[in-house]
Design a protein around this ligand. Structure first.
Ligand SMILES: *Cc1c(COP(=O)(O)O)cnc(C)c1O
Length: 261
């Protein structure tokens, strides 16, 4: 990143935590480099808020975005934090609302709701993580017992409740349908691309082959997902994966040692 910053670089923006594989970036170090190079540092912290401790002042974060509906507030409300002294152009002109940045009457109920949601989400981050992380690890360990299966993203430097696993030889979309029939809500990537059959760009950019990226499952758990729920997931997912592999021509070829493509 140090090398990528040029004379004319105005802003560095990096996700705090990835929405698909949960990887948490070294935000403090990135902020320190930006600070040293006098470049503004913005982070998309949508996935991180309420899951990891964030302190914009201590961490040297100049700008930060977050979205309400990811922490149980309404859709359509979010926050852009801008450190005092940073001048950015107005988004919507014509009124003095939101310091002139975004003219138009404010949506007060949504704003108040987001305030309450943030308070609730950030109240006991450490306690929540202490409950969620062991459950998440149990899911990871249980699912990795299946052969030809890999965990995507770092095992430790990831959001407490995020799990992203690739199962070779199957299609993520069929896996999702079968899990849904069994009462398990999951995703194969991000909501923004759920209508598309292209494999996740995140998984491709961490080096997965197309056919492996296609067979990926993302599960997100919060503290209300109980140990019993974890047992249930560990019972259902392997069965469904095995069933799909039995029906998969790709898997058959793989097992015969043929090249699959
Ligand atoms: C969901 C999400 C967004 C988009 O927020 P919306 O309010 O849903 O548009 C942006 N960045 C990340 C990392 C997200 O997870």
């Amino acid at each position: 990143m140090r090398k990528a910053i040029r004379e004319d670089t105005a802003l560095v923006t990096i996700m705090y935590a990835n929405n698909e594989i949960g990887t948490i970036q070294p935000i403090d170090e990135i902020a320190a480099i930006c600070n040293e190079k006098k470049v503004i540092f913005h982070t998309d912290a949508v996935q991180a808020v309420g899951h990891v401790e964030i302190d914009v002042h201590k961490q040297g974060i100049d700008m930060l975005s977050l979205s309400g509906h990811k922490i149980h507030a309404q859709k359509g409300i979010g926050v852009l934090y801008i450190r005092k002294g940073i001048a950015i152009p107005n988004l919507i002109h014509g009124g003095g609302q939101e310091r002139g940045k975004r003219a138009g009457t404010e949506n007060v109920p949504a704003i108040v709701g987001l305030g309450v949601a943030i308070e609730a989400a950030t109240r006991n981050i450490a306690e929540k993580a202490a409950i969620i992380t062991p459950r998440r690890n149990r899911l990871i360990d249980g699912l990795l017992k299946l052969p030809y299966t890999r965990l995507n993203g770092d095992r430790d430097k990831r959001l407490p409740g995020n799990l992203n696993i690739s199962f070779e030889g199957i299609e993520g979309e069929s896996l999702l349908l079968m899990l849904d029939l069994n009462g398990i809500c999951a995703s194969s990537g991000s909501a923004c691309t759920s209508g598309s059959l292209d494999p996740s760009h995140v998984l491709l950019s961490i080096g997965l082959k197309h056919e492996i990226a296609h067979g990926s499952l993302r599960l997100s758990i919060e503290e209300d997902v109980t140990d019993e729920d974890v047992d249930y997931i560990l019972e259902v997912v392997p069965k469904v994966v095995e069933r799909l592999r039995e029906m998969s021509p790709v898997w058959e070829k793989m097992m015969k040692g043929e090249q699959y493509q």
